[in-house]
Ligand binder design. Structure first.
Ligand code: FAD
Length: 498
């Protein structure tokens, strides 16, 4: 029976990204996937600057950006497609060092991730292989699978279920879902332009038509995404018929200028798993949470999960920390994911509110919808997150070091890093031991190094900040003499083996 450090069930965008991250960290990884080849159609269509930082670790962020587009604004529009409210979207390179939001084509994105994953010799991919059962014991997890060759058995020290919304792994763990009682059915259509047409290329639209709420998103290279709410009296099979789909698409495209990729009714749910880890088994991605796609954040939430857990499993496998570190996964990710689900539901409610207003009911949109910042993580941090620096990703400058320009993430690489303006750190022996154990990099930044001043607001508050391997700021110290205290606090926070 072949042994692995990490086994993953599911080779979707979340499982493949996780496999790539663990493989690049040098671990022996097994991926089990029942289907063969990337998803043939698009579901997720947008990603953000934070996720691009993770994709950059797989060496594919530039390729993704090159093969994507950006929208400049999102309109909430009436039935005649006239804007009621417009939310401008920042375009171009953001503080993350990458565009704020880009629109990609999922089969292509999955292809990019897979090419990176499959270039790692220590990752074994078993496609066309179904996971049938697993058994967790103290040392690891036994996995029973089957494929066309028959039954297969594997052993892995840790096992992560990235097996999607109806997760077999979650159900086997007997983990319940907290349900937000948001259940709607929408027809999702993807089309591709075959001729140039005069429709908005840089503006997305939430259509607040009480007779048929909908969504229009112009993707990259003529890929168009439409979503239409299935109304209570309608039959899904009828709605999915080509002739009915083309009628819905008439305000934008027709059979002479576009091809239909697929039209399918999806059930949108909002829910989150109550437990994200039992023993040596964890869940991530849609297996741990589901949300309606109005904010385009479902896949992104999963990418954040695996970015969070990968460095912790890495340290555990390298025996630098003890198992306690795994408890920090759900503690840090659960409320963040729950906030994201609530936010997507809010956008759905804004659409419903404008629809109600169109029918003469009173509606005043409350609070922001798209123009919100993700919250800080609630733990795994040192200083007060009210500073807007702690518990969120550190801005990414392009630093000039030794006459060479380099993105901060590529200097940090896969470890913790102290960013400081000071050269004399006067560290305690214990802090030095922790620096050695974790391979913490000390990066001295002068104002000349950061010509775009992306770290200006950070250094206005702190003399030094400590960045985690997932690029989240662990904390900052206003006086460099406290840097040792901050480093020493890692021992308890992340269960270091000192
Ligand atoms: C219409 C729509 C639009 C969306 N738009 C966006 C968007 O713009 N942005 C965004 O971030 N998200 C979006 N999402 C959400 C996004 O598509 C999902 O969150 C994302 O695909 C989840 O990825 P995953 O890897 O967790 O799961 P999946 O992509 O579902 O992958 C799970 C994999 O596990 C495999 N598997 C399951 N069980 C087994 C088993 N027993 N053995 C072996 N293999 C198994 C499956 O075959 C599958 O390949 C959208 C979703 C929909 C439906």
């Amino acid at each position: 029976m072949e042994h692995f450090d990490i086994a993953v069930c599911g080779y979707g965008p979340v499982g493949s990204t996780f496999a790539g991250l663990m493989g690049k960290l040098g671990h022996k990884v097994l991926v089990i996937e029942k289907n063969v080849g990337p998803s043939p159609t698009a579901r997720a269509i947008n990603t953000d600057g934070e996720q691009l930082r993770t994709f950059d670790r797989l060496g594919i962020a530039e390729k993704i950006v090159k093969n994507s587009s950006e929208v400049h604004c999102v309109h909430f529009a009436d039935a005649n497609l006239n804007p009621i409210q417009t939310i401008e979207q920042p375009v171009g390179v953001s503080a993350m060092g990458w565009p704020n939001q880009v629109l990609f084509y999922q089969p292509e994105l999955e292809g990019f991730i897979r090419t990176s994953v499959e270039s790692e010799e220590n990752i074994v991919i078993k496609e066309g292989t179904e996971l049938l059962s697993f058994e967790d014991c103290d040392e690891g997890v036994y996995l029973n699978c089957k494929n066309s060759d028959g039954d297969l058995k594997f052993f892995s020290k840790f096992f992560v279920g990235c097996d999607g919304a109806s997760s077999f792994v979650r159900r086997q763990l007997d983990v319940g879902l907290e349900d937000f009682e948001y259940n709607q059915e929408w027809l999702v259509c993807d089309a591709h332009l075959t001729k140039k047409v005069n429709i908005p290329e840089k503006e997305a639209m939430q259509i607040c038509d009480p007779k048929r709420p909908g969504t229009y998103v112009p993707g990259r290279r003529g890929h168009l995404r439409f979503e239409f709410k299935k109304m209570p009296s309608e039959d899904s099979n009828e709605l999915e018929k080509d002739e009915n789909v083309w009628k819905l698409l008439k305000p934008w495209i027709n059979e002479d200028n576009a091809e239909l990729e697929r039209a399918q009714v999806y059930s949108f749910h909002a829910c989150i798993a109550e437990t994200w880890r039992k023993g040596n088994v964890l869940i991530a991605g849609d297996a741990a949470h589901q949300m309606p796609p109005f904010m385009g954040a479902g896949m992104g939430t999963g990418i954040r999960d695996v970015t969070n857990i990968s460095w912790k499993l890495d340290l555990l496998l390298k025996n630098k920390v003890n198992e306690g570190i795994l408890d920090t996964y759900q503690r840090e990710r659960h409320s963040h994911a729950k906030w994201t689900i609530a936010q997507t539901v809010t956008i759905g409610q804004v659409i419903e509110g404008f629809c109600a207003a169109a029918e003469g009911k009173e509606y005043e949109p409350k609070g922001p919808s798209y123009d919100v910042n993700f919250p800080h993580i609630p733990s795994g941090i040192y200083s007060d997150p009210a500073d807007m620096i702690t518990g969120v990703p550190i801005p990414q400058p392009i630093l000039t070091k030794n006459n060479k320009k380099e993105m901060l993430d590529r200097i940090i690489d896969e470890t913790f890093a102290v960013l400081t303006l000071e050269s004399d750190l006067n560290l305690t022996e214990k802090a030095k031991t922790i620096i050695e154990l974790l391979g913490i990099k000390i990066i001295t930044v002068t104002s000349n190094d950061d010509s775009e001043e992306r770290l200006k607001s950070v250094f206005e508050k702190y003399e030094a900040v400590l960045v985690r391997p997932d690029r989240y700021t662990y904390g900052g110290v206003k006086d460099i003499s406290y840097l040792s205290n901050m480093i020493e606090s890692l021992e308890k926070e992340f269960s270091l083996n000192l």
